[in-house]
Design a protein around this ligand. Structure first.
Ligand SMILES: Cc1ncc(COP(=O)(O)O)c(C=O)c1O
Length: 391
């Protein structure tokens, strides 16, 4: 992925491959004021080693109420973002004898903390309209040996763009209790909703303390904060602390104060409104362009938020890794779907990002992509002597 993203950094490239909020919508002026306020108030003390910042813990506990989760500030564990939370939980629960469940298509950072550490993985399919396949999940929990945990992305899935329905969230919490499996609810995207009804977290239905909720400031505020949080059972906080201290001691106290200042000034609501409005326009531009240029050659997901659309080419013979090379020559980039496939496959799929490119670029990018798919399809059909399917 790193190599792939590097190769897309060329002049004239329309990069539909990113996973970022657009820099022009990040709140630089407001943050400058927050940095100033923190330093003026606390001086050098803001720059010291410090325990987790209580006002931030309190804000997060209250925010979780809006996600249907009742918790106290002492159940909030600050991390350097969801990736670190995933790493900590992997070290807490997973050794070579423990089994993890993940979605068959999932964020690459989830690959890294499971199979990437040599942990055996059982995968489950994800429905592109309703989220993770519950029958598959139930089967994955029922078969021996019972898995230790399952990592699930509830809202605006990376890379699929889909969200899990409310009924399924209730059932996931029930399955976790019934089979004694922990659920890791990896949720960096729920604040990025631009349409539809907000859904409670899976954690909201967790009466048996089986769900670890992971939230992040990366997408809702700024990736460079490198701050997130975990809602964990109180008795596990000391264990999490020991693992965390072995990695990097603590999250930056300075950054926690800057973010808390931003939140306490009630700036988040307006920031998200601006960001999500822009994302809504960009997503609409992408869906319109896909309808216009690719309606006869692909299907795709229709996200209600987040950053991504997942596209499946009708022609199952097309390998999007090869297509990627052709696309770069035409100055358009995407991420081949195979990059997210834990057990391979999904060769004719790809992920498109709509947040970090403007509407004109989106239209032009999708037009170029459609042309590349048609050209590539024609070439391979000529090679195989099957006629010009894409004329
Ligand atoms: C599903 C998912 N989980 C976790 C992360 C990592 O997030 P963070 O920046 O909070 O470490 C990402 C980042 O793209 C993601 O898409």
């Amino acid at each position: 992925m790193r190599e792939l993203i590097k190769r897309t950094a060329q002049p004239g490239m329309i990069a539909l491959s990113g996973g970022l909020p657009a820099s022009e919508f990040l709140p630089t002026d407001a943050l400058r004021d927050c940095v100033d306020a923190v330093l003026t108030r606390e001086g050098g003390n803001a720059l010291q080693y410090r325990p987790m910042y209580q006002p931030l813990l309190e804000w997060i506990a209250e925010y979780m109420g809006t996600r249907g989760v009742t918790c106290d500030p002492d159940q909030v564990f600050i991390t350097n973002g969801n990736q670190q939370a995933l790493t900590i939980l992997s070290h807490l629960f997973l050794d070579q004898n423990a089994l993890a469940v993940t979605e068959a298509i999932t964020f690459t950072g989830i690959h890294q903390v499971t199979r990437g550490r040599g942990i055996p993985v059982r995968t489950v399919a994800t429905d592109l309209h309703t989220g993770v396949d519950l029958e598959a999940l139930e089967r994955a929990f029922r078969i021996n040996p019972t898995p230790r945990l399952a990592i699930i992305i509830p809202d605006f899935h990376n890379p699929l763009g889909v969200s899990i329905t409310e009924e399924k969230r209730i059932q996931i919490a029930q399955l976790a209790e019934q089979y004694g499996v922990f659920i890791v609810e990896d949720d960096p995207y729920s604040p990025l909703r631009f349409t539809g009804k907000p859904l409670p977290a899976i954690k909201a239905y967790d009466t048996a303390e089986r769900v670890f909720y992971l939230g992040s400031f990366s997408k809702m505020l700024m990736p460079a904060a490198r701050l997130g949080w975990m809602i964990a059972p109180r008795e596990l906080i000391p264990k999490l602390t020991v693992i965390r201290e072995s990695i990097d001691l603590e999250s930056s106290g300075f950054m926690q104060r800057i973010v808390a200042e931003f939140l306490q000034r009630h700036l988040l609501y307006d920031h998200l409104k601006q960001l999500n409005t822009a994302n809504a326009f960009r997503c609409a531009a992408m869906l319109t362009a896909l309808d216009q240029y690719m309606g006869d050659i692909a299907t795709w997901t229709h996200p209600e938020g987040g950053l991504f659309v997942w596209l499946t080419l009708n022609d199952a013979q097309i390998d999007t890794w090869q297509l990627f090379e052709h696309a770069l020559k035409q100055r358009v980039a995407f991420v081949p779907g195979g990059a997210f496939a834990v057990e391979g496959g999904y060769h004719n799929t790809l992920r498109l990002n709509f947040s970090n490119v403007n509407e004109e670029q989106i239209e032009e990018g999708v037009r170029r992509l459609a042309a590349v798919v048609r050209e590539y399809g024609q070439q391979s059909y000529r090679k195989n002597g099957n006629g010009n399917k894409y004329d």
